[in-house]
Design a protein around this ligand. Structure first.
Ligand SMILES: *Cc1c(COP(=O)(O)O)cnc(C)c1O
Length: 395
């Protein structure tokens, strides 16, 4: 079973290769000028005062919760229709995730249900911009303000997306970006925390660097070996969540190309729309939504057919997925609900989860091959193979 059309693929040009190679010719491989420049570029792109680059999106979520002081005895509202790291990060700071259901169109946290889930223990809302579709940020900001809650944006899937012409990631107290190779832009591994408050930025930089005090952004690179600096002094328990100079250099070039990349992905989504719209029992993602500009992360369809009983089990979707793989087309199950993950089953948060929309939709979703340079021929093959496979699986 060879996969001929992958689910995702990074898009690395000579410019990225040159930038990484140039770093390798220097003697500064960590905490140097590339990190500084990448952070400034990410902050400027989002019109936010500062950005703290980290080793993954997951590390960013962890640090965001720590820096805001979220901890034991507190609840954080999260979606279950999301990547598992969203809930894991809450658990890692010993707080309790409270799973809230989603809007069936945008697949993002439903603000009305968020408000219902607030208790005296609620400390924060961690909202995910699912698949690059911005969440209801104006309403969520208003709810957070009224209940005195922190608002954290997980924008790992949504770089460049906009709500009311404002970038996803520029609404919350903190926001997290992710640069794993399947994201719109990549650093190999990496992430970034967007931050508007200088004290929080200092705290994030300290926590990512083993609790070392590096107040100024450019202080870190000079600390090692400087007897006056505090490289061997750790003010608090921190982590090694640093992003290397190589990764930062890669990210800088990718970010330079982000508009071009998002345009390629939008064009690919539009091509899928015209190739797939005639297939029955298939629901396509909306190409446009009010007040929003979508940053296309993945292209996720919903399989609505499959015979009697199909809406309540994932059997039809699962059969289609296996058959497609047999025909060389990779697909993904975005997302298996977090509260139903083996690692989460039976935990109090999962037992308490009442998320019927999440459970129904998750049984039918299928992410199709989707990357910057997917060709029309590849998309035609995906469409034809999907159509044929769905008909066979229905019989
Ligand atoms: C990709 C992603 C992350 C971060 O993933 P890492 O692999 O740790 O970089 C976090 N949240 C969501 C919703 C994601 O899609």
């Amino acid at each position: 079973m060879t996969i001929r059309i992958p689910l995702s693929a990074p898009d690395i040009t000579d410019a990225e290769i040159d930038a990484v190679t140039a770093v390798l010719r220097t003697d500064r491989l960590s905490l140097g000028p590339e990190l500084d420049a990448f952070e400034r570029a990410v902050a400027a792109y989002h019109s936010i005062p500062d950005a703290v680059a980290v080793s993954s999106g997951t590390a960013g979520l962890h640090l965001a919760l720590l820096a805001l002081g979220v901890g034991e005895g507190q609840e954080v509202i999260v979606p279950s229709f999301a990547f598992v790291a969203v809930a894991n990060a809450v658990l890692q700071v010993r707080a309790t995730p409270v799973f809230v259901d989603i809007d069936p169109v945008t697949l993002n946290l439903d603000p009305a249900l968020v408000e219902e889930a607030i208790t005296p223990r609620t400390r924060a809302i961690l909202v995910v911009h699912t698949f690059g579709v911005p969440a209801e940020m104006v309403r969520l900001q208003e709810i957070a303000r009224r209940h005195n809650l922190a608002l954290i944006e997980d924008a790992c899937e949504a770089i460049g997306a906009e709500y009311d012409s404002r970038k996803a990631g520029s609404f919350g107290d903190l926001a997290v970006l992710g640069f794993y190779p399947n994201k719109q832009i990549t650093t190999g591994e990496g992430g970034c925390v967007l931050v508007r408050n200088g004290e929080l930025a200092d705290r994030l930089r300290s926590l990512r660097n083993q609790g070392r005090l590096s107040k100024r952004r450019d202080a870190a690179q000079e600390m090692e070996g400087d007897p006056a600096a505090s490289w061997f002094e750790h003010a608090e328990i921190g982590y090694n969540y640093r992003l290397s100079e190589l990764a930062a250099a890669l990210g800088r070039v990718q970010l330079d190309r982000v508009d071009e990349i998002l345009a390629m992905r939008r064009a690919a989504a539009e091509r899928y729309q015209s190739l797939l719209e005639t297939i029955s029992d298939l629901e396509l993602p909306p190409l446009a939504l009010p007040r929003r500009s979508i940053s296309w992360f993945v292209y996720v369809v919903r399989l609505t057919g499959g015979g009697p009983g199909s809406p309540i089990d994932s059997g039809f979707r699962d059969r289609v997925q296996v058959q497609l793989a047999g025909r060389g087309v990779a697909t993904g199950r975005y997302f298996a609900p977090i509260h139903q993950q083996p690692a989460w089953c039976g935990r109090p948060s999962s037992v308490a989860a009442k998320v019927p929309i999440t459970e129904t939709i998750a049984r039918r979703t299928l992410a199709l091959p989707f990357f910057n340079r997917i060709t029309l021929a590849q998309q035609e093959e995906v469409a034809a193979t999907l159509s044929l496979t769905m008909q066979e699986c229905k019989r």
